[in-house]
Design a protein around this ligand. Structure first.
Ligand SMILES: NC(=O)c1ccc[n+]([C@@H]2O[C@H](COP(=O)([O-])OP(=O)(O)OC[C@H]3O[C@@H](n4cnc5c(N)ncnc54)[C@H](O)[C@@H]3O)[C@@H](O)[C@H]2O)c1
Ligand SMILES: [Zn+2]
Length: 348
């Protein structure tokens, strides 16, 4: 069995610390990957600290994985040892329901298996990418285009696809004004992707210090969301808003910004629910509120190829594995531009 060192939380209030375990040998249709980089998603922090009240311990987070294929099972055809590959938020699904057939594994009828905290048939749970190795079914492994930088590509596996998928589903493109709320890991990818799809992007932030960055990333306007006059100026002007904020807040000021038929799509998953939005604001302009979860495997590959074609990477800060607890504290203070990526060579 490939022995592996990882970083695990043993309880909601424990720091992450080194933890040794075994990965399975690759089965016939599986790939063993030596992980070189892993992005740090806010979901990792929510999960490690049991914010969503469903964490199984030990918890090894990490679902923005880039690595090198070390070995493949006998029936694997798409990968060989030495290939650069990625793994995102999912490692399995039923493979036979309508949603899996459509390439929407994230909406699998029986529940797809998460890369970490995913339930296994033997009663155990999956361990994520804050580790040296991982064994994954070939059909859940992504090809990383040669022109993408490994470290800058890691966050595409979650932050990239989670923003790309709703932008595509709601057909964002030229001629549209698109709002992005929150400039963190997801938000900065949403700005880059919406801009690359041809939309005009308006970024909403609580931090005046992020205005210049947002413009550099592709926003044509930046709104300080605490400033009532700036918010008022955006009323009825946006076709679509993607809200990436990880904390509970009032959604009504964003509904006001939507045109007739506009949609506010939530991808942030706060620990506490948002206050109930105003029905009047919804019905008076036939506005919608919706949610969206990550993306399917085929769409994740499409997003990676789109990023390669448009030269899009995440803006990252590399950290050593041992710095993860400090990185979590910094993420909570929005002190990261705009995604931490762990250099896995620093582990062991
Ligand atoms: N839907 C999905 O499939 C999916 C996938 C990945 C992550 N998520 C969730 O998305 C959320 C964001 O993740 P992230 O990794 O980008 O986190 P992050 O911490 O990098 O970014 C969140 C940003 O929101 C900002 N923010 C906080 N309150 C705000 C407010 N009131 N107005 C504007 N901005 C505000 C923060 O300053 C920060 O920059 C998390 O809850 C995460 O769990 C969901
Ligand atoms: Zn994530």
């Amino acid at each position: 069995m490939p022995q592996t060192l990882g970083y695990a939380a043993q309880s909601a209030d424990a720091d992450l610390a080194p933890f040794s375990f075994d990965r399975r040998e690759p089965g016939l249709d599986e790939v063993l990957i030596e992980i070189t980089h892993c992005g740090v998603c806010h979901s990792d922090l929510h999960q490690a600290r049991n914010d969503w009240k469903n964490t199984a311990y030990p918890c090894i987070p990490g679902h923005e994985i880039i690595g090198t294929v070390a070995a493949v099972g006998a029936s694997v055809t798409r990968f060989k040892a030495g290939d650069t590959v990625g793994v995102g938020c999912l490692v399995d699904s039923c493979g036979s329901c309508g949603h899996c057939d459509e390439g929407l594994e994230q909406y699998c009828d029986t529940g797809a298996t998460g890369t970490y905290n995913g339930r296994l048939p033997d009663g155990g749970h999956t361990y994520g990418g804050y580790s040296q190795k991982i064994t994954v079914k070939e059909s859940f492994v992504l090809r990383i285009p040669d022109t993408l930088d490994r470290a800058g590509a890691a966050p595409l596996l979650c932050a990239g696809i989670t923003t790309y998928s709703p932008l595509r589903h709601w057909k964002v493109g030229p001629g549209q004004r698109v709002g992005v709320v929150g400039l963190g890991g997801l938000g900065h990818m949403a700005v880059k992707l919406a801009r690359a799809m041809g939309a005009e992007v308006v970024l909403f932030t609580t931090s005046p210090g992020k205005v210049e960055d947002a413009k550099r990333l592709g926003a044509s306007e930046v709104v300080i969301s605490k400033d009532r006059d700036q918010m008022k100026a955006q009323r009825n002007t946006l076709d679509f808003i993607l809200n990436t904020v990880a904390a509970s807040h009032n959604l009504n000021p964003y509904l006001d910004c939507l045109k007739v038929n506009g949609s506010l799509v939530l991808v942030g998953v706060p620990e506490e629910a948002h206050p109930s939005p105003s029905v009047g604001r919804l019905l008076s302009k036939r506005r919608s509120i919706a949610g969206s979860a990550i993306g399917g495997i085929a769409e994740t590959q499409e997003m990676l190829d789109f990023c390669a074609e448009h030269g899009i990477h995440s803006d990252i800060e590399m950290i050593a594995m041992a710095d993860i607890n400090q990185a979590y504290e910094r993420m909570l203070k929005s002190d990261v531009k705009y995604r931490f990526v762990i250099d896995m060579a620093t582990l062991g």
